[in-house]
Design a protein around this ligand. Sequence first.
Ligand code: ADP
Ligand code: MG
Length: 584
Amino acid sequence: MLRGTRSETMVNDHPLSERLAAIDGRDYGAYGSLRGVHHFEGFDLDIDHVPSDPYAPPGTGVFRVRVATDVVGLIDADLDTLTRDVAVRDHLCRRFHAAAQRLSRGRRGTGWSGVITVATPGQAVLDRNAVMIANGVVEVRAFVGLPARGRRIDADLAERVLLDELPAIVAASLAADTLDRNRLERHVATVEDARALRAQLTEAGLVAFLADGALLPRASGVDDRPLRDDAVPLASPDVLRVTLEAPHAGAVTGLGIPRGVTVIVGGGYHGKSTLLAALAAGVYDHIAGDGRERCVSVTETFPVRAAPGRSVAGVDISAFVQGLPDGRDTTRFTTANASGSTSQAAAMSEAIEAGAQVLLVDEDSSATNLLVRDARMQALVAREDEPITVLLDRVRDLHDQLGVSTVLVLGGAGDYLDVADHVIQMVGFAPREVTQRAREVAAALPSRRRAEAATSLRPPRPRIPAPGTIETRNEHGKRRVRPVAHDRILIGSDELDLRDVADQLTEPAQTATIAAAIERLADALDGSTTVGDAVGELLAEVSSDGLDALDEHRRGRLAEVRALDLAAALNRLRTLEVVGRSNR
Ligand code: ADP
Ligand code: MG
């Protein structure tokens, strides 16, 4: 039985109480004496690692709460598929997090003193190692900021935190009598439905599906929760309406985005970028109430943006760029300072090399000169003076020759109407199918430009990084790999800038996974392994052994990432050097 408060359980008799009293006022390091397993009513607390000072952030200490699955109220059927296991663990993580928010009195004292928390879940349901279930035991990897005044142990406060608040949080989130089975089942059903919808995309000839009634806009640019008031629910246009089957929701109708080249047009502020962002988010399953829980995309969907200034290592961008004025070889383009167009060309090539099936391109975040070169520019600037072959001349080949679909958001580049399979116009946040009308416009107003792609497209050859190319040691010879922000990772003495791809990471635990994975990849690159194989092998290990494969101390701060995201991070390392390419 799990009980919540000290008065109920008389935990002031708890042996920890005495041990805390014995170290009161001593230097913080004396908390190390608490290492080991402590028994509570209904759960065990395994203190595996105590940070050396009160400023060490969550992720440094390891506090494992272990509760038997039947005490939590789980039944065998909750865990009998991988999908359910992920969804149930996600649910418990959310409950523990919410209970900690509510019942921990938070920061009191120096640094993180008094804080109890767990990895913060976002809008996506993810495989995280914050909560693991095995052998009939639920294990929550929490963080407890052991309290200090200055650097001195505050035992009174520690007693409140460990003997009152923590048991209350455990009781409120991991006890059968507080488990709302309907909510749990709805959560699991939402994930099962999303995965079933996604599994039908390929056969239906779609790259994405957005259910009628979905709410796509987000609360703000920095808040991924749904925009509550005034959000216009998605309503699919007749022509692109499809019906898919979900195991729980039954028949679901919505907007199907077909394979091929799809152009989304519309006036400014009519919801184009929001639709594209929903396609990017559709690689993840979302929680009930998110608004996008029945919006799914092919998992290998990747947004490609311009990121001027980024580094590029040995990437074949010759499909888009040839004959640079400095004579640089664009079949293995290397630079420490890419231009807008070369950075985006590299992003496309890298994404395809890493297995992208769908590229998302928004005019807002693209290099214009990579998107279009109109008839007037063709007349003024001779072809031989223009190194760039624009995406307009490549986007059909991407699909027809490489099988890679593209969804483009365009407000200004009307020449794309010539190459689109489908055109969707956003009008006041509502998608309309305007393909026929677009064809008529294109016929009535010819662009008068010439197609400029001279060569046919080849798939990029997998690159082989040099051994030792990931420098994880800093100038003092210390290994240093850790996220410093959602979109930045400190690696050695360099910062890896992920700003142009970080939108694909929905929570900080994913950035932490990328950091951990890069640390492992540093040793895996042997001069014959390709980027794709190195990433693929590591993630295969993670899918068979779990995220703990990347988390030696089982700190519980990691969440799943895709091969595409990990490869994208690796490709942006400034130290990355490519020694060759495989012939595959
Ligand atoms: P565009 O890319 O066409 O210029 P955006 O997608 O950036 O437009 O959307 C403009 C604004 O409208 C954003 O603040 C966005 O959150 C909001 N918005 C988008 N879709 C909807 C919707 N369905 N209902 C209400 N507001 C929306
Ligand atoms: Mg926009």
